[in-house]
Design a protein around this ligand. Sequence first.
Ligand code: THU
Length: 156
Amino acid sequence: MKQLEKTIKYDALDDIDFSEEERLLVAAAKEATQGSYSPYSHFSVGAAVLLDNGVVVKGANQENGAYPSGLCAERTALFAAGANYPGNKVLAIAIAAYTEGDFLKDPITPCGSCAQVMAETESRAGQPMKIILYGSRCSYRLSGVSSILPFAFSLK
Ligand code: THU
């Protein structure tokens, strides 16, 4: 038997530490929360995806009275990016969440299903995706989906 190990590295940052490009992507993710349809959870999530042509595609969680029919912000944004810009690589994604009148102080992390979709999006692009998880007190910046889902499923 061998015991193996995987290590995750990520940056914890204040707003001031963001590059201009990151700042704009975070602003788009925060803005995207306004498109949330969340009458059940009252939890508005926004995601902004940066493509290699400079386009930013936004998404927000869309709930449904038949609960499992709803979709998270991350997949809404990633699927919209894939559907509208199938030939472009996803370089980065920023995620923000708003509830009870304020953005969350600490970052939220994508759920397992979104992480799995992020993993395949990254493999389509052939390069690590930058992931920015926004919090008003502190944000996280990760490089590559394996930092979030180290054992993503892959058919290959
Ligand atoms: N949600 C997202 O959109 N993204 C996440 O990363 C976690 C959860 C949504 C699903 C649901 O509409 C609401 O947040 C509460 O779970």
